[in-house]
Design a protein around this ligand. Sequence first.
Ligand SMILES: Nc1ncnc2c1ncn2[C@@H]1O[C@H](COP(=O)(O)OP(=O)(O)OP(=O)(O)O)[C@@H](O)[C@H]1O
Ligand SMILES: [Mg+2]
Length: 364
Amino acid sequence: MSLKCGIVGLPNVGKSTLFNALTKAGIEAANYPFCTIEPNIGIVEVPDPRLAQLAEIVKPQKVQHAIVEFVDIAGLVAGASKGEGLGNQFLANIRETDAIVHVVRCFHDDNVVHVSGSVDPIRDIEVIDTELALADMSTVEKALARYSKQARAGGDKEARLLVDVLEKCQAQLDQAKPVRALDLSREEWANLKPFCLITAKPVLYAANVAEDGFENNPHLDAVRDHAAREGAEVVALCAAIEAEIADLDDADKQDFLESMGLAEPGLDRLIRAGYKLLGLQTYFTAGVKEVRAWTIHAGDTAPQAAGVIHTDFERGFIRAQTIAFDDFIRYKGEAGAKEAGKMRAEGKEYVVKDGDVLNFLFNV
Ligand SMILES: Nc1ncnc2c1ncn2[C@@H]1O[C@H](COP(=O)(O)OP(=O)(O)OP(=O)(O)O)[C@@H](O)[C@H]1O
Ligand SMILES: [Mg+2]
């Protein structure tokens, strides 16, 4: 499973700078609006210090992190849903993502043009939210037109269910509220999924502050208040510093972070927050060929976790030899953990825990 996050925000708020730092891909980030035209996809590793601990014991040929895909999308402006700016083209790109990272400008810099002339993150958030809601509204209306005809014509049960949930979305969007805030049943969410509604996706705010803007920054406070009301997370970072950090090698990076009084790059916080936002967690496989982190949903069972490696593993699942991460480290690997009675045989019903070191037995 690869997790895909779309980066959205007004033009010139720092999306590409952030994206570059994320991927070191060297995509052009220039100081003028609409510099980004094609969506750019970057694949980044999910930072996880546990992998190094496992590797030290297992000494594998290769270490493989879990990955997250980020999509850098051109800036949205008011009217995008009607084709203003680069309009519909990138709204389509956002539809394909699992989560949205909404970059909000919380820095002053007279050299960097703000499309609305001043820094006001809440106004900016509302502009983007409105565009996203309008885009969803048009999707919902089209779907309603189609399915209500079907529901009337054939008394089609499936179509009636769809109409029902789409009408709830319509009422919500009418009040300029996001679909994600609706209280729907599991079945209703599943029915909505194929429509890829943008405001149904979980959102994370990346507050882009100036180098000295982490404290006493009313813009950042405003974003935090806004997010708290929505039940959303905020990660404060300075995209310009992140870009600098990304260019350094590991030793210099550590020194630089310390000199800035930072414990870790803001990007690491961002990636982890994205992980948490989607209810994701990690399990490990630890063989001599490869020590690897795999991404699953919290609550996934052992066969589902196996299915992330290969569908055969899920289909022919017999059991999972399971060692908790802490035990694996404490007893210095599989043999030690086994001897200490810490290797469990778990069956089909087992709910995998974050950090479990697993070995699947299967038969196809
Ligand atoms: N935290 C920050 N402090 C100061 N300057 C910044 C910060 N973050 C980004 N910038 C600067 O702002 C300008 C615009 O950044 P960037 O190109 O990343 O914006 P964008 O959101 O991708 O814009 P577009 O929508 O046009 O693609 C760049 O010159 C960048 O260096
Ligand atoms: Mg850009």
